[in-house]
Design a protein around this ligand. Structure first.
Ligand SMILES: *[C@@H]1O[C@H](CO)[C@@H](O)[C@H](O)[C@H]1NC(C)=O
Ligand SMILES: *[C@@H]1O[C@H](CO)[C@@H](O)[C@H](O)[C@H]1NC(C)=O
Ligand SMILES: *[C@@H]1O[C@H](CO)[C@@H](O)[C@H](O)[C@H]1NC(C)=O
Ligand SMILES: *[C@@H]1O[C@H](CO)[C@@H](O)[C@H](O)[C@H]1NC(C)=O
Length: 483
């Protein structure tokens, strides 16, 4: 806790957002930090008082089940986890390994005012740890994607990564879309106002919605409101958005966020302030005020102070799972774009949901070496595309030789797009996590740092062991040429 004593930042010390996308993303996820997934740290989870079970609805397998079971100690237990799972030392290791970007999975509950207690139970206090971690990342000059990973009402059934393992999916409703937009408004403002957030360049709307688009009613409208919320908040903070002006009766520098917002929404000339966006920003303002103390900020709404140190601000990159994540008439996130936008695809060959290739080494190599997702997405306007989650788990007992080849092949494939982020930066090393075997269940294939230590992953993330690894696997019909 000693690292978290709050400093009051003079606004003069605000470091402006580093802005845009790195030339190529070589990244990792900071999974299981602020959204804990017990399978990645089974020994620690059990020591905390958690449980593991085949059906995660039936035991203490998630953050909400834990918070329900241990209402008096949950905050303390999670503070311990947050301060040890990801540290300055990890930032140093990742920096030394050439990692230039991290994706930070977050739950809606990190904005505590959004949690409907007591029906919803989650640990409190994560925001200070987020702020501290972002400061380390900023100081190491690493870019950050804030990823809304676990949504209010739960966005997909039976998954620990939603924080609440349940079959009762309630995210795709006006109420929970609304809470997600308020979260978005808060994170947009913090990304521009708070000096620790200066290396945040992208905000991801929702991690892995249900793949069948017929089961996600209203998702396309939510995508549009997500982008409008980000851009409306940015305009209110004085960040230029090409093609839009607020045109207020007074200059922003003489206003606070509350007054600018009421003028802008009362006579909207931008078309950004839909009913949903207006509601989200209205809800976000008191939440931001309530965060001043925890985040060591003062006069957070004073636009004059912000303006006097502003200039050169970049809008955030809005970020969605790509259109190919869903089937059954999906909405195209490209149609929601205003300003910079990026697209995210996740690829796990071991996932039964994705069913990517037959369970043998040749089929995996053939599939990876002929991957056409970057081109297919680009044809639908989903560009730039990065692979925000991938790793080396297999459905068969992989040899070392295979893992060397397949790591190369995946990096080559994903680098045809904007780059990649490995899931995860680390996993627990313990007998319970089973780092002794090599089957896909073995968690070590999910650890970037372990992959580096074992040599599957190259010390320079832009390098591969063998640039010709795909030569024998390329089919001739695609006509794609090798670099
Ligand atoms: C888990 O999700 C279900 C369905 O959305 C909800 O009824 C329940 O209150 C949630 N539990 C917690 C602890 O948030
Ligand atoms: C914002 O400005 C208005 C108008 O000057 C003022 O009434 C209000 O108290 C201010 N709000 C805050 C939170 O400073
Ligand atoms: C993988 O190897 C382990 C250990 O040698 C063995 O127990 C297991 O049956 C093998 N699995 C497959 C699918 O071959
Ligand atoms: C592709 O073409 C080369 C040369 O024509 C041939 O040797 C190879 O077998 C072909 N590969 C496949 C997968 O058909």
């Amino acid at each position: 806790m000693h690292l978290l004593c709050s400093f009051v930042f003079a606004l003069a010390s605000v470091r402006l957002a580093l802005g845009s996308l790195p030339g190529k993303i070589y990244g990792v996820n900071l999974g299981s930090w602020l959204v804990l997934e017990a399978w990645m740290l089974p020994a620690e989870w059990e020591a905390m008082g958690g449980q593991s079970c085949a059906d995660c609805t039936s035991c203490i397998a998630t953050e909400s089940a834990f918070a329900t079971a241990y209402p008096n100690t949950v905050d303390e237990e999670f503070a311990k986890h947050w301060s040890t799972w990801f540290t300055q030392d990890h930032v140093n290791q990742l920096k030394a390994a050439g990692i230039n970007t991290v994706r930070v999975p977050l739950g809606y509950w990190i904005v505590e005012a959004l949690v409907d207690r007591p029906a919803e139970a989650y640990p409190r206090g994560g925001i200070k740890f987020l702020s501290q971690g972002l400061q380390w990342l900023r100081d190491a000059d690493m870019r950050v994607i804030l990823d809304h990973h676990a949504l209010p009402g739960v966005q997909t059934p039976g998954q620990m990564f939603t924080g609440n393992c349940t079959s009762d999916v309630q995210f795709y409703t006006p109420y929970n879309y609304g809470r997600a937009l308020t979260w978005t408004a808060v994170m947009t403002a913090l990304s521009h106002i708070h000096p620790n957030f200066a290396s945040v360049f992208a905000l991801e709307a929702i991690n892995e919605p249900i793949m069948d688009a017929s089961m996600t009613p209203g998702y396309g409208t939510f995508q549009q409101n997500f982008v409008k919320t980000v851009r409306a908040m940015e305009l209110l903070l004085g960040i230029p958005i090409s093609g839009f002006t607020l045109d207020l009766p007074e200059p922003l520098s003489s206003l606070n966020l509350t007054s600018a917002f009421s003028m802008a929404s009362a006579s909207d000339k931008t078309g950004l302030f839909s009913a949903e966006v207006t509601q989200a920003i209205q809800s976000a303002i008191p939440i931001l005020l309530g965060m001043e103390v925890d985040l060591g900020l003062s006069d957070i709404l004073n636009l004059g102070l912000l303006q006097s140190h502003g200039g050169g601000w970049e809008p955030l990159t809005t970020n969605f799972m790509d259109i190919n994540w869903q089937y059954d008439n999906p909405s195209n996130p490209a149609s929601a774009a205003i300003g910079p936008q990026g697209y995210d695809n996740h690829l796990y060959y071991s996932s039964c949901l994705q069913g990517v290739a037959d369970a043998n080494p040749d089929a995996y190599m053939q599939s990876t070496c002929n991957l056409d997702r970057v081109q297919n997405d680009a044809a639908l306007g989903n560009s730039p595309l990065w692979f925000g989650e991938w790793a080396l788990p297999t459905q068969f007992n992989a040899t070392d030789d295979f893992l060397f080849m397949w790591a190369d092949a995946q990096k080559l494939a994903y680098s045809q797009g904007a780059g990649w982020l490995y899931w995860n930066f680390k996993v627990e090393t313990s007998d319970a996590a089973g780092d002794l075997g090599r089957q896909w269940q073995r968690t070590f294939t999910r650890s970037y740092l372990e992959g580096l230590a074992r040599g599957y992953l190259t010390q320079d993330p832009s390098a591969v062991h063998n640039p010709h690894v795909c030569d024998p696997y390329k089919t001739n019909s695609t006509g794609s040429s090798r670099k």
